[in-house]
Ligand binder design. Sequence first.
Ligand SMILES: CC(C)(COP(=O)(O)OP(=O)(O)OC[C@H]1O[C@@H](n2cnc3c(N)ncnc32)[C@H](O)[C@@H]1OP(=O)(O)O)[C@@H](O)C(=O)NCCC(=O)NCCS
Length: 207
Amino acid sequence: MSTQSTHDLEPEALDLQPGIPEAPSHQRRHTLPASEFRCLTPEDAASVFEIEREAFISVLGICPLYLDEVKYFLTLCPELSLGWFQEGRLVAFIIGSLWDQERLTQESLTLHRPGGHTVHLHVLAVHHACRRQGKGSTLMWRYLHHLGSQPVVHRAVLMCEDRLVPFYQRFGFSLMGPCAITLGSLTFMELQCSTQGNGSLRRNSGC
Ligand SMILES: CC(C)(COP(=O)(O)OP(=O)(O)OC[C@H]1O[C@@H](n2cnc3c(N)ncnc32)[C@H](O)[C@@H]1OP(=O)(O)O)[C@@H](O)C(=O)NCCC(=O)NCCS
């Protein structure tokens, strides 16, 4: 896929398989694609954790997913992840797993419940050098579009700090209230968004 404007938030048709570039026919041999969106694999775990280390551990002392958990989710449900690579380097990613209850609980931090119809978005992070360029927004739109094409997925939920609630509301997430999960002294809000549809998520549709 060619590099696009990072502020172009309109989702495009996706056909994502773990480890398979989105448009391999457009690549030249031995040339890394300028910009590529694909599901992650366990082999991407180290790059994921490198971004998490800077984004969360250096700031909060903790992070949403440690290396073993990243590998666990990317092994069990790679189709619920999405990475953005530029010149072969991971610049932003989302990792999700299935959950089978209305609200998140401490257990949802470490479990994938294959029978569930709710995707729990464990983490969205953008490489520190690429923030505030629209990348997090672009990736979230694409991820929701990707979820919309998976019939088993009806809903997406996430927990975030207060300051990021408006960021997620832009994608149609609505506030459910305080989250039951705490990490150390940190508290979070819980948000949800319907993903049902045929993959043609409409912008500003409020999900
Ligand atoms: C939060 C994060 C994913 C946003 O990605 P991004 O690519 O920087 O965001 P965008 O450029 O798409 O931002 C669009 C808008 O979202 C809001 N926003 C982005 N980051 C924000 C932040 N840290 N705090 C509050 N609002 C934020 C702003 O309104 C921003 O618009 P502006 O740049 O015109 O002010 C990114 O900053 C990041 O990886 N942070 C560290 C990890 C993290 O906190 N992840 C979220 C876990 S719930």
